[in-house]
Ligand binder design. Structure first.
Ligand code: CP
Length: 315
């Protein structure tokens, strides 16, 4: 594993989940592995869980961290090759990535989708150009189209709480006042393809995800029908993919409620957080003992720790 940009970079998904669960039992077992190593963490967008869990994971391995909020502390970056830099952008990604590589042994990057330029977002401009110009491993802390550390943590959480050989997992769109990216839904969908499950995506018409990612996953346009017999319900908002970046309609009735959860087989509730109460989900669902959201956040430490450990071991 040279970089960790998507779930496809995991050499063996099931082994990775098992090893991450072992790290959770003995987080400090290799506390000297990262001695004298530095992880750079560059944030182009806000974070609570990703920032703290990745730092915590680094601490478990004895890695030092340097954190920079690039969006308001760094020079505005230019990504075009061969361009005349006479605008507002002061530093080219080519130098920035090479310079970060002088101070750090690995670099983790958060750079969300613009939701205004589908082509650039799908090209993963920030992440891929860092990977091109840095001489150190690059870790995706949520990019335009993917959030693999979250999906990896979600896989740990599902495995920990699954009581059936083949659970029914529902990813349901939920309302939100802002247009949100597809990254979490994309990576969750990709992740579930690795596990034995009956998986359906529930969403209002117009919110179909990238068909290259959903493939032959059943899409259900009636939320209550989708929830019937579910063992895990993952709620998430995302904006339109076909009418890129837009909120095509507001379906408040898609909020997940305790009444709707009664249709499930006492399903566990999942969400990556942050979450808007009584917009995405009713208090009663979020505060119910079947809610796994805090455990999902806890498991972020161990998905990150597994990735850092592997990259260290790969030298
Ligand atoms: N789930 C998640 O990535 O949380 P943050 O945006 O707070 O890092």
């Amino acid at each position: 594993m040279k970089h960790f940009l998507t779930l496809d970079d995991l050499p063996n998904f099931h082994q990775a989940v098992a090893e991450a669960r072992a790290l959770k039992i003995q987080p400090f077992a290799e506390e000297h592995l990262g001695r004298h190593k530095t992880l750079g963490m560059l944030f182009f967008n806000p974070s609570l869980r990703t920032r703290l869990s990745t730092q915590k994971a680094a601490q478990h391995l004895g890695i030092q961290t340097m954190v920079m909020n690039f969006s308001n502390e760094g020079w505005a970056l230019e990504f075009e090759k061969g361009t005349k830099m006479d605008g507002l952008r002061s530093e080219h990604i080519k130098e920035a990535a090479a310079v970060v590589s002088q101070y750090c042994d690995m670099v983790a990057i958060r750079a969300f989708a613009s939701l205004s330029d589908k082509e650039n977002d799908e090209a993963e401009q920030v992440l891929t150009q860092f990977a091109e110009y840095a001489s150190i491993p690059v870790i995706n802390m949520e990019s335009a189209t993917a959030h693999p550390l979250q999906a990896f943590a979600d896989a740990i959480t599902i495995q920990e709480h699954s009581t059936k050989k083949r659970p029914k997992i529902v990813l349901t769109w939920a309302p939100h006042p802002k247009a949100l990216p597809h990254a979490v839904a994309n990576s969750f969908t990709r992740m579930v393809k690795n596990i034995e499950a009956d998986f359906v995506i529930a969403q209002p018409k117009g919110y179909e995800l990238n068909p290259d990612i959903t493939g032959n996953t059943p899409l259900v346009f009636n939320q209550e029908e989708a929830l019937e017999g579910a063992d895990f319900v993952y709620a998430k908002n995302w904006c339109s993919y076909s009418d890129y970046g837009k909120i095509v309609r507001t379906d408040d009735e898609w909020m997940l409620t305790t009444e709707k959860m009664k249709l499930t087989d006492q399903a566990k509730f999942m969400h990556c957080l942050p979450i808007r109460r009584n917009i995405v989900v009713a208090d009663g669902v979020l505060d119910h003992p079947n809610s796994l959201v805090i455990e999902q956040a806890n498991n972020r430490t161990f998905s990150a720790q597994w990735v850092l450990k592997k990259l260290l071991q790969n030298g």
